[in-house]
Design a protein around this ligand. Structure first.
Ligand code: R5P
Length: 279
């Protein structure tokens, strides 16, 4: 058995390799001058664990090629997709749209035996795959990081409320949620709501930080209501453009993400949870 580290996930693949005591495969991944991708597995094994995001777009092609190369040498292929890109379009919101999350699943399952996703945008996304699949919820791992650090967990919108509740249970503190209205892809507004945060250290927790707009709105409310330290955390830190800078300038004391999308803010690893499932 060997782990194939896709370009999106060298750090997570290494952590997974340590957790499972399974070596990383020797793989060459190159880009041609026109942007096309080339992969070659310089190794022999009969069970491959491919770790690769379906984000950004070029990693999708890289994943398909790694799957194709792997199926030519290995009998078993497990695919770990730490951040399932295209997951947010998980149903038809307006007539004429594609269901991207389902289409991706149909393409990926062609050369795979088992699939693992980490906090897909909606739990039912795993059902788009007709192969064996499991969705990991990394909320508990994230919450462990905040034990003894915060007095309250805030969900920046109703969609994140269950996460906030779960995290609060692990931390042993209270939770609350805000009501968000999305104006455009990068603009949101949040209804003013009194929360019991004055003088308290707070964690704002969501599944994804994309442009940072959602978090910035929540930070403003917490600041206005006299919160102490403000921690901003998510599972998938897309952090588009200078989202991190904007969040820190808005008054966050720290940003914490997992290593599903690797950055300087990836302070919590999901490797152990993946390893527990794969072992
Ligand atoms: C939305 O449903 C997600 O849970 C996040 O709240 C959203 O993706 C965050 O986006 P942004 O950082 O651009 O406000």
């Amino acid at each position: 058995m060997k782990i194939i580290a896709g370009s999106s996930s060298p750090m997570l693949a290494k952590n997974l390799s340590k957790e499972m005591n399974v070596p990383i495969a020797n793989v060459s991944i190159k880009r041609f001058p026109d942007g096309e991708c080339y992969v070659k597995i310089n190794d022999k094994f009969d069970h491959a664990i491919i770790v690769e995001n379906t984000y950004p777009n070029e990693n999708i092609i890289e994943l398909f090629l790694l799957q194709d190369a792997a199926k030519r040498i290995a009998k078993n292929i497990d695919i770990v997709i730490p951040y399932y890109g295209y997951g947010r379009q998980d149903k038809i919101f307006e007539e004429g749209e594609a269901v991207s999350a389902e289409k991706m699943a149909k393409l990926i399952e062609q050369d795979a035996n088992r699939i693992i996703l980490i906090n897909p945008h909606k739990e039912y996304i795993i059902k788009f795959f007709s192969i064996e699949g499991k969705a990991i919820d990394a909320t508990n791992s994230m919450a462990e990081y905040f034990k003894g650090k915060v007095d309250i967990v805030i969900a920046p919108d109703k969609g994140a409320m269950r996460m906030a509740e779960k995290a609060a249970r692990v931390i042993g503190c209270s939770y609350n949620y805000l009501e968000k209205k999305r104006i455009s892809g990068s603009e949101v507004s949040t209804k003013v709501k009194e929360m019991d945060v004055a003088g308290k250290d707070a964690l704002i927790l969501d599944d994804i930080i994309s442009t940072g707009g959602t978090m910035i709105e929540a930070i403003k409310q917490l600041k206005n209501q006299g919160a102490g330290k403000i921690y901003v955390a998510c599972i998938h830190g897309l952090l588009i453009g200078n989202a991190d800078e904007r969040i820190l300038n808005a008054g966050a004391d720290e940003i914490i993400t997992t290593d599903t999308i690797e950055s300087a803010y990836s302070k919590v690893s999901v490797a152990r949870e993946i390893a527990n499932l794969l072992k």
